[in-house]
Design a protein around this ligand. Structure first.
Ligand SMILES: Cc1cc2nc3c(=O)[nH]c(=O)nc-3n(C[C@H](O)[C@H](O)[C@H](O)COP(=O)(O)O)c2cc1C
Length: 197
């Protein structure tokens, strides 16, 4: 059975969390839930920054190590996140700051290029937005999907699919449309995942 890490950055009763739950059920694995809203990962400390910059291993890196090992032990990563001010919420960014760690989850070559040290794995990012977000009609920039793609690629995770639910404050018709589209997409994605695992 595959191991799934579900990183949840929105409330348990939110649409994003609901779709994520449906997706992990379809993926038929053992799920570890990391609820970043109920139990936020703390922001990094100056001791953490010092340890990173001086490349020394201290207890300031313990949580980072725990989160990286948790990720390493999973076959599939599912992230559910709302859009906050055009990008990811700070709760998810705090996780990124602990997991994207030089010398541990990525290296830098002599040309200054960063390369991932973790293995690739199927990753699904469910994004919920109040306004139109990411589609051609959107009247706001999307700093979330390119950022998450780059952060994950930096540590070696290239197989990333985004499931977008946008315009969720635009009325029940839009919410129904987005929900239906997301459900169709997760059926398709989970079928592909189950045949390739
Ligand atoms: C602090 C905050 C900032 C937000 N910023 C944006 C934004 O920049 N763009 C947007 O479309 N929606 C924004 N929203 C709306 C959320 O993206 C929206 O409520 C989202 O659909 C919540 O999804 P959920 O029900 O899955 O948690 C913001 C909401 C909050 C609370």
């Amino acid at each position: 059975m595959s191991r799934i890490l579900l990183l949840q950055a929105n409330p348990t009763n939110s649409l994003g969390a609901t779709i994520a739950k449906e997706l992990v059920t379809k993926l038929e694995g053992d799920v570890v839930l990391r609820d970043l809203m109920a139990n936020p990962v703390p922001h990094i400390t100056s001791a953490y920054a010092d340890a990173i910059m001086t490349r020394t291993t201290t207890s300031a890196l313990d949580l980072s190590e725990q989160l990286i090992v948790e990720l390493e032990q999973t076959d599939i990563l599912v992230i559910t996140t709302p859009v906050h001010n055009f990008t990811l919420p700070s709760s998810l960014k705090a996780w990124v700051d602990h997991v994207v760690r030089v010398g541990r989850s990525f290296g830098i070559n002599e040309l200054g290029e960063k390369g991932g040290l973790l293995k690739d794995r199927p990753t699904y990012v469910i994004v919920t937005a109040g306004g139109l977000f990411g589609s051609p009609a959107a009247q706001q920039p999307d700093f979330l999907t390119p950022y998450m793609q780059l952060a994950l690629k930096t540590i070696g995770i290239h197989s990333v699919e985004f499931i977008m639910l946008e315009g969720l404050v635009m009325g029940t018709e839009q919410v129904s449309k987005m929900t239906q589209q997301a459900r169709e997409r997760i059926v398709q994605l989970s079928e592909t995942a189950l045949t390739s695992l």
